[in-house]
Write a protein that binds this ligand. Structure first.
Ligand code: HEM
Length: 252
């Protein structure tokens, strides 16, 4: 089916001029790191990406220190053994489980999906051609809209609804009324030091924005290029128009 009704949210990165809010991406990263990363991998994101242009805006030194907080499995060494070492900026986020089987075993049979691209994977298409969906319906913001709706969608099940064991009722879930993820957020769960409210609502917004960045790290560059291309096309079209007028001015 169509899945849940996904409510539109306000995002700093909406529209043709929208950009990521760096402070929000940093807070969202903190939520991912302290909460979601216990169950979800983010295989395509490396620590160094956090210092890249158009991202959360961490400094190179901050990324070095951050990577060093992680133990990374490496190897085999000269003796064929695996070993652990301190994380480096080029390392990717270590996954919480060695493989899908282990992840399912730890989550009652359900698989917590990798979150690197989830913001794009869960963007609900509305059946228009891509240039309509992208430009007119702002389809790209649909993913974070969905993530926010999911994270804030836990509710008491209605009277008479049997919630299966190990499942949780959620009005935002795309493929059913219940899912195997327990509500991961609670007020005050993650410490914010910049005065931003420490609420489920705010955490959900911040981590959804962060996951949008993870899935679409070049959004700002893409929009800049797009605007340049539009400007060029407008100038070029008017140039052509006046040239045509001049060349054909003596022809009736
Ligand atoms: C599923 C996000 C924390 C376990 C999911 C899905 C998303 C997600 C987007 C996919 C839902 C879908 O299919 O549409 C997050 C975020 C978290 C978080 C942003 C942090 C705020 C956790 C934690 C656990 C967990 C801490 C484990 C204790 C699972 C499991 C599923 C899942 C088992 C699969 C559910 C199913 O298919 O029934 N999560 N998650 N998640 N998550 Fe999380």
């Amino acid at each position: 089916g169509e899945g849940p009704h996904v409510e539109r949210q306000q995002w700093s990165f909406s529209g043709p001029f929208g950009q990521y809010d760096k402070a929000q991406l940093q807070r969202g990263f903190k939520v991912y790191r302290e909460v979601c990363a216990a169950c979800h991998s983010m295989n395509y994101v490396a620590f160094r990406n956090l210092a890249q242009e158009g991202g959360p805006g961490f400094s190179e030194d901050e990324v070095k220190a951050l990577a060093a907080d992680y133990r990374i499995e490496d190897g085999p060494d000269d003796f064929g053994d695996m070993f652990e070492r301190e994380g480096k900026p080029y390392d990717h986020f270590p996954a919480p489980f060695p493989n899908e089987k282990a992840a399912r075993a730890a989550n009652g049979g359900a698989y917590p999906p990798d979150l690197s691209l989830i913001a794009k994977a869960r963007a609900v298409k509305r059946g228009f051609p891509w240039f309509v969906t992208d430009i007119v319906t702002q389809y790209q913001e649909n993913g974070p809209d969905y993530l926010y709706g999911l994270l804030t969608g836990y509710e008491e099940a209605p009277e008479g609804f049997e919630v299966p064991v190990g499942q949780y009722y959620n009005t935002g879930f795309i493929s059913g009324e219940t899912l195997a993820m327990a509500p991961p957020l609670m007020d005050e769960l993650v410490e914010y030091t910049d005065g931003t409210p420490m609420t489920v609502d705010q955490y959900a917004r911040d981590v959804s924005a962060f996951l949008m960045w993870a899935a679409e790290p070049k959004l700002e560059q893409r929009k800049e290029l797009g605007l340049g291309v539009m400007l060029f096309l407008i100038l070029f079209a008017s140039l052509l128009y006046f040239t045509k007028r001049k060349i054909w001015k003596d022809v009736e």
